[in-house]
Design a binder for this molecule. Structure first.
Ligand code: HPA
Length: 279
């Protein structure tokens, strides 16, 4: 058996020995949504450490666990803490949790992250609906022998971030009176932030926000036929766009400042997506 698939199935069996919860929506919690667990009627939690073969994060402050439960009655699984490519994992490990949540039963992948704004119309603290992505600067998670059980060798990527889900998030933000920017996310390897020239290059390529996660997860999910949507918290403007140097503390502080609105938007969007896919 393909070793990547074998590892995935081992993790799946390990999860299923402990919990039989079937989520409808898989939510990946980025910076700023770290305490989103408080918005969930928690049924169970499962530390990544307790899943056999699971890649575990090394970043300080990233709690690594799945939370299973209900957001306003909608069954969800949340990833509280993800693993990043810059930590040294290969891309197949980075997307293993995403694949695992699909195997658990999730139909929709709702991605969130903190990202640097590249668009001059953006400000720190804005929320951005992801409409598409660029990830050519990091390897595809689909490199290697194709896992036919998950999806096809050459999957189409023309509408990863599903237009109907985008429209739901857009209208939900309107209902809540929240400002929502829109744009293209570019995934870079990190862990260093970009140089001012790299920021300019990304903007010239058409990107509106830069980050170190998310796009690879979206590709793996789309490969498996999951419906994907995502929101970035613009935690800062890209290097060189302001006079001050960038720090992880600034990223965290901005994310914390807008956490209330971010959580509100995610919760209401989950409810509306649930209604939509069950209509
Ligand atoms: N660049 C890349 N990733 C990020 C940034 C940034 O400016 N801010 C938060 N994550």
């Amino acid at each position: 058996m393909n070793p990547v698939y074998e590892k995935l199935m081992k993790c799946y069996e390990s999860v299923r020995e402990k919990i039989d919860f079937v989520p409808e929506i898989a939510l990946v919690l980025g910076s700023g949504l770290g305490d989103y667990g408080e918005s969930i009627d928690v049924v169970a939690t499962l530390d990544y450490h307790d899943i056999e073969g699971f890649p575990v994060s090394t970043v300080e402050g990233h709690k690594g666990r799945f939370i299973f439960g209900y957001v306003d009655g909608v069954p969800v699984v949340c990833m509280q803490g993800r693993v990043h490519y810059y930590e040294g994992y290969n891309m197949t490990d980075v997307v293993l949790p995403t694949r695992l949540m699909k195997l658990m039963g999730a139909k929709v992948l709702f991605l969130t992250n903190a990202a640097g704004g590249l668009n001059w119309d953006f400000a720190a603290g804005d929320l951005m609906l992801i409409t598409d992505h660029i990830m050519n600067f990091v390897p595809s998670p689909l490199i290697g022998q194709n896992i036919n059980e998950l999806g096809q060798r050459f999957p189409d990527m023309s509408d990863i971030y599903k237009p109907d889900l985008q429209e739901i998030i857009r209208s939900t933000a309107k209902e809540l009176n929240l400002k929502l920017q829109e744009g293209v996310y570019i995934q870079l390897s990190g862990p260093n932030f970009e140089t001012p020239m790299e920021v300019k290059m990304c903007r010239l390529l058409g990107a509106d926000a830069a980050g170190m996660s998310t796009a690879a997860e979206a590709v793996a999910a789309n490969h498996m036929g999951m419906r994907v949507c995502g929101i970035s918290c613009i935690s800062n403007l890209g290097c060189g766009m302001t006079s001050s140097p960038l720090s992880h503390i600034e990223v965290q502080e901005t994310a914390d400042r807008v956490a209330v609105q971010f959580k509100q938007l995610v919760t209401a969007s989950i409810v509306n997506i649930h209604k939509h896919i069950n209509a």
